[in-house]
Design a protein around this ligand. Structure first.
Ligand code: 5RP
Length: 234
């Protein structure tokens, strides 16, 4: 099936990011449709250029794709640090490269991999760029199942208007970690660090989709080709 225009932008960004991969690196593999283009491109480079890399995937879905293109997977028991992780995002705040992630349901493993990476590069299409996080999408928050309603009430008090994510079968969506996700509609955030700080302290919340300070660079595909945007240093 031919790719939509947006998918072509995602693919172009992902293929540009695949050029950053060097022989011998440990790579963090993100989750989602843009990250999937990256995994495919890395698989191709390994085959064509005999690159030897190892990788840590951020979801079972990505692990399965990586195996299918013969990218060797390792665990954190076998490596201390990841050289480069490449992942998608649901929103990218221009200037700070702050992100909302987790609409693909993998935010917990994605944040663990981001935190263990020397360098994190985001791949996305231009529709994801925002002036303020929360302008387009809600903030996913992963909750342990026990007492999730009480945890969701706390998120309501924080102004998150949480709604439990459902799967295609209309049952609660369950993450790779066996948890639930509630999507919190905070609206455009003027102080995302404050919101992240509050979310960091909600008992029962395992992790949230505000990724602040992890990525320094984003590779963005769009109608005028691929652009790299860097975090403005202050
Ligand atoms: C998964 C994510 C994805 O990176 C995010 O949802 C973007 O997905 P896509 O590349 O399909 O637009 O955070 O948890």
């Amino acid at each position: 099936m031919p790719l939509s225009e947006q998918d072509q932008w995602k693919k172009a960004a992902a293929e540009a990011a695949a050029k950053l991969v060097e022989d011998g690196m440990v790579i963090g593999l993100g989750t989602g449709s843009t990250a999937a283009h990256f995994v495919a491109a890395v698989g191709r480079r390994m085959l064509e250029e005999h690159l030897r890399i190892t990788a840590i995937p951020t979801s079972e879905q990505t692990a399965s794709q990586a195996r299918s293109v013969k990218i060797p997977l390792i665990t954190f028991a076998e490596c201390g640090q990841i050289d480069l992780s490449v992942d998608g995002a649901d929103e990218v705040e221009a200037g700070t490269i702050y992100l909302i992630k987790g609409h693909g349901g993998a935010l917990l493993r994605e944040k663990i991999v981001a935190a263990a990476s020397k360098r994190m590069v985001i791949v996305a299409d231009e529709t994801k760029i925002v002036e303020r996080l929360g302008s387009l999408v809600s903030v996913p928050v992963e909750l342990v199942r026990f007492g999730w309603q009480a945890t969701a009430r706390r998120l309501e008090e924080l102004g998150g208007h949480p709604s439990l994510r459902l799967g295609t079968d209309q049952n609660p969506y369950v993450t790779d970690g066996g948890n639930y996700i509630v999507d919190c509609a905070f609206g455009p955030m003027s102080k995302p660090k404050e919101t992240a700080h509050h979310l960091d302290h909600v008992v029962g919340a395992v992790e949230h989709g505000l990724f602040l300070g992890y990525a320094r660079q984003a590779i963005i595909g769009g109608r005028n080709g691929v652009k790299k945007i860097e975090r403005a240093e202050n």
